[in-house]
Design a protein around this ligand. Structure first.
Ligand code: SAM
Length: 390
C-alpha cells in the first residue's frame, strides 16, 4: 500500500497541475546507490496535444526526456517515489512542498512559502509567441540558451530575443525564396552559430523548405562544436566548414548572411554574394576601420570630423552607405535599418539587398554618386569597390 504521505504529496501535485500553478517537481536521493539515475525533474508543458508533463531523467552522463499525459505522468511520479527516490521538492506559484521518506519507510511532508515565483512567470510567458520555440529545441539547449527544462536561461534571454527578432525581420524576405529549389544558405563568419541554427530551423521546420545551410568560420573549435550540435539536433543539411569568407569553396549561394563579420570581412561577404548572384544578401556590419583610416577631409566638412567618436560614426555611415549603393548598382533593391534595440547589441544596422530583375538600374549614375561622397571625405577607394574592380 502506498505511503499516505506520498499520496498526499501526489494529491498536491495534481492540484497544482489542475490550477496551472506547477513550476517544477524534482526527485532526488536515490534509493539504490548503484543506480545510474540521479534525479528526475518534472515540469508542465503545453504541447499541440494539450497540457502534458515533461520528465527529464538525469543519469550520470546523459539526460533522457519524455512527455506524459497528465494522469500517466502523475502515476509515474508515484512509482518513482515508491521505488527510486527518497526526496521530492514540489515548487508552485503558491507554496513549496517537500517530501522526505525515511529509511524506516515513514515519510514527512513540509510546506513552505513559494520561492520560484519569477521562474514560472518567465517559463509561461506567452505574451509574445516567438518564431523560434525553445520547447524540445535541442540546439538552443546545446548552445546554452535554454536549460534542461527547455526554459530560456535568464542570462541568455537577450540572445534569445535577438535570435527571434532577427528571424522576424528576415521572415518577409524569406518567403520569397520558397520558389527556389535546393536553396543554399551561407552564413559567413558563423561564429558560435546562434543565428545559423535559428535560420536553418525556421527555413526547414517552419517554412518546410528544402534547404542546405553552410556556416563558414575560420575558428576550427567553433566549426567542430557547431557540427556536433547540428548532428545532435538532427539537422542533416546544416554543416559548418573551416575556411575564410574570402576563399571558402562554395556552390551557388541563394541567401548570404554575414552578421557582425569584422571590418572588411563584411565586404568580402557582400562580394561573394554579388559574384554568386545571390537572391538575398543580409549583413549586419561590425567595426568599420577601413574607411575611417582612409578619410582625409580638407574641405568645409573638416569640423565635423574633428572629434574622434563623431568621425567614427561618420565613417560607419559612409562605409555602409557605399555598401548599400554598390548593392543597388548590382541590381539589388536595398534597405538599411536598425534590427535590434541598442540595449541588446551596439552593432545594430542591417543591410538587406534583394536581387531584382529591374533592368533600369543605372550603374554608372550610382558609381558617380559614390564618387561624390568619396571626394567629399577625401577617400580614395572603398574596399568593396576594390574587390569588385569598380
Ligand atoms: C563577431 S563574430 C559573429 C558571429 C555570428 N555571425 C553572430 O553574429 O553571432 C564574427 C565571427 O566571424 C569569424 N570571422 C571573422 N572574419 C572571418 C573571415 N575572414 N573568415 C572566416 N571567419 C571569419 C570570427 O572568427 C568570428 O567567429
Amino acid at each position: 500500500m502506498t505511503n499516505p504521505q506520498i499520496l498526499k504529496f501526489v494529491d498536491k501535485l495534481q492540484l497544482f497541475i489542475e490550477n496551472k500553478e506547477l513550476i517544477k517537481l524534482t526527485l532526488g536521493g536515490k534509493r539504490d546507490q548503484s543506480s545510474d539515475l540521479k534525479k528526475l525533474i518534472v515540469t508542465a508543458v503545453e504541447l499541440k496535444k494539450g497540457y502534458c508533463l515533461n520528465f527529464v531523467y538525469r543519469h550520470n552522463t546523459k539526460d533522457i526526456t519524455k512527455n506524459y499525459e497528465i494522469t500517466e505522468g502523475i502515476g509515474m511520479v508515484t512509482i518513482a517515489l515508491e521505488n527510486d527516490f527518497l526526496n521530492a521538492e514540489l515548487f508552485s506559484t503558491n507554496e513549496n512542498i517537500s517530501l522526505n521518506i525515511l529509511p524506516n519507510g515513514k515519510a514527512k511532508l513540509k510546506t513552505t512559502a513559494s520561492t520560484l515565483q519569477t521562474t514560472v512567470t518567465f517559463a509561461h510567458d506567452k505574451s509574445k509567441e516567438r518564431l523560434i520555440n525553445p520547447h524540445e529545441n535541442i540546439y538552443l539547449r546545446e548552445l546554452g540558451i535554454s536549460n534542461v527544462n527547455w526554459e530560456i536561461r535568464r542570462e541568455m534571454s537577450d540572445k534569445y530575443k535577438q535570435i527571434n527578432q532577427y528571424i522576424e525581420l528576415l521572415a518577409p524576405n524569406l518567403s520569397e525564396l520558397s520558389a527556389i529549389e535546393n536553396l543554399h544558405v551561407v552564413d559567413m563568419g558563423s561564429g558560435k552559430g546562434y543565428l545559423t541554427f535559428a535560420l536553418h530551423d525556421y527555413l526547414t521546420n517552419k517554412l518546410k523548405l528544402n534547404v542546405k545551410t553552410t556556416g563558414v568560420e575560420f575558428r576550427e573549435d567553433l566549426v567542430n562544436t557547431c557540427n556536433s550540435i547540428a548532428q545532435k539536433a538532427g539537422f542533416d543539411s546544416l554543416s559548418f566548414v573551416k575556411g575564410t569568407i574570402e576563399k571558402a569553396e562554395l556552390q551557388k549561394i541563394n541567401l548570404l548572411i554575414a552578421l557582425h563579420a569584422c571590418d572588411t570581412a563584411t565586404d568580402d561577404a557582400i562580394y561573394r554574394g554579388i559574384k554568386s548572384d545571390a537572391e538575398l544578401i543580409v549583413c549586419a556590419p561590425c567595426c568599420h576601420k577601413q574607411i575611417r583610416k582612409a578619410m582625409n577631409v580638407s574641405n568645409e566638412l573638416i569640423n565635423i570630423t574633428r572629434f574622434g567618436i563623431l568621425k567614427e560614426r561618420q565613417a560607419e555611415i559612409i562605409t555602409d552607405t557605399i555598401r548599400a549603393m554598390i548593392l543597388e548598382a548590382h541590381g539589388y533593391k536595398t534597405n538599411v535599418f536598425e534590427f535590434i534595440s541598442l540595449e541588446h547589441t551596439p552593432k545594430n544596422v542591417m543591410i538587406v539587398g534583394r536581387k531584382t530583375s529591374n533592368k533600369k538600374t543605372d550603374k554608372e549614375q550610382i558609381v558617380n554618386n559614390i564618387a561624390v561622397i568619396k571626394k567629399l571625405y577625401g577617400i580614395e577607394k572603398h574596399y568593396l569597390e576594390t574587390l569588385l574592380e569598380i
